[in-house]
Write a protein that binds this ligand. Structure first.
Ligand code: GYE
Length: 334
């Protein structure tokens, strides 16, 4: 909506008011102009106003994701109103309400947890503002958002399990560092991993706790696991690299060798994970792509121009092992 106003000069508004059959009507002496339809005008990147509700800055993945969104907006000339929710859903809901009041053209949101979005998304819908989910899904009716741009977290969990089966030769005790409780990646990575592991009766998940996707919490929870189970632990499955890096510290502090005495598989493929693999402390990382900025604005422009878009645009992702880490690290952008 703001783009339409930005794109329309006063002259143009006066002109359409004077044209017969135009969409402007006079109601009680006030001019009301209906926005042009997709056929009548095409919005450009420079005219687009986007509100973006980010989760916070809990991980390297997240800071890479934020940079990608901001850089893409800047280089395309999109007006971006960015809000950092500091890990709190209530802050994200407030931000979305502000975007609605500001009449942005479109809202991008990465929901910290899956549930609790119905009312605010409904408010956006009633205001005619489309929502694109970025990175994380929300458990809402499909008609409350236009598209979801993000990874297949369940497949990431399955891939982590497939790698784990190989590393442990189908036998051993695993501890799990779970992501933020109630978040889409934590729920799906938990489930995907188990789908594969349950086929191997000699693989056992002996403990599973949330490390909230942060290094500090990953270190703390791994420290607790070591106190409880010590060298009975054969492997760690961490829902992200930051928690794995925290776990590496805890394992070293306990006097064991991460990557050797205790195998570690995690998700994201951040630069520090490549360094940990080069150092022999991490056994594999499953890529999850945060560089979603360019794709997001491409999608946003299409939606603002009334084009139809897919309901889900999955990211393409790889698995990385220590053997390729030194070669790949220089090209990693996050
Ligand atoms: O894996 C983790 C981050 O939602 C995919 O959130 C994202 C996850 C990512 O904090 O590092």
């Amino acid at each position: 909506m703001r783009a339409i106003m930005k794109g329309m000069s006063l002259f143009f508004i006066v002109l359409i008011l004077m044209l017969p059959g135009c969409q402007a009507k006079l109601e009680g002496g006030t001019a009301v102009s209906t926005p042009p339809t997709a056929e009548e005008s095409t919005i450009t990147y420079e005219e687009l106003v986007v509100g973006y509700s980010q989760i916070g800055a809990e991980s390297e993945w997240r800071t890479g994701n934020t940079a990608s969104i901001k850089e893409a907006a800047e280089s395309l000339g999109v007006e971006l109103i960015f809000s950092d929710g500091q890990q709190k859903q209530e802050n994200q809901i407030k931000a979305i309400r502000t975007f609605i009041a500001q009449q942005v053209d479109l809202i991008g949101v990465s929901p910290v947890v899956e549930t609790g979005w119905d009312s605010v998304f409904q408010e956006a819908k009633e205001a005619g503002i489309p929502i694109i989910l970025v990175d994380r899904r929300a458990a809402v009716d499909e008609n409350l958002y236009t598209s979801y741009l993000g990874s297949d977290f369940t497949e990431e969990g399955r891939n982590a399990a497939r790698v784990m089966v190989d590393l442990l030769d189908g036998e051993g005790k695993i501890v799990e560092l779970v992501g933020t409780v109630g978040s889409a990646p934590a729920i799906d990575r938990y489930a995907g991993f188990r789908e594969v592991i349950k086929e191997y009766p000699d693989l056992e998940i002996i403990a599973s706790e949330s490390g909230d996707f942060t290094r500090a919490k990953g270190e703390e929870v791994m420290g607790d696991f070591l106190q409880l189970y010590g060298d009975k632990i054969d492997a760690v499955y961490a829902h992200n690299d930051d928690m794995a890096i925290g776990a590496i510290k805890a394992i070293e502090a306990y006097g064991l060798k991460p990557g050797e005495d205790i195998k570690i598989v995690s998700i994201d493929a951040i630069r520090d994970a490549f360094q940990a693999m080069i150092d022999g402390k991490l056994n594999a990382t499953i890529e999850c792509n945060p560089l979603l900025g360019p794709q997001f604005f491409d999608l946003a422009l299409k939606v603002a121009n009334g084009e139809s878009v897919p309901k889900w645009i999955p990211s393409e992702e790889k698995i990385y092992f220590p053997d390729d880490a030194a070669e790949v690290l220089p090209s990693r952008k996050y």
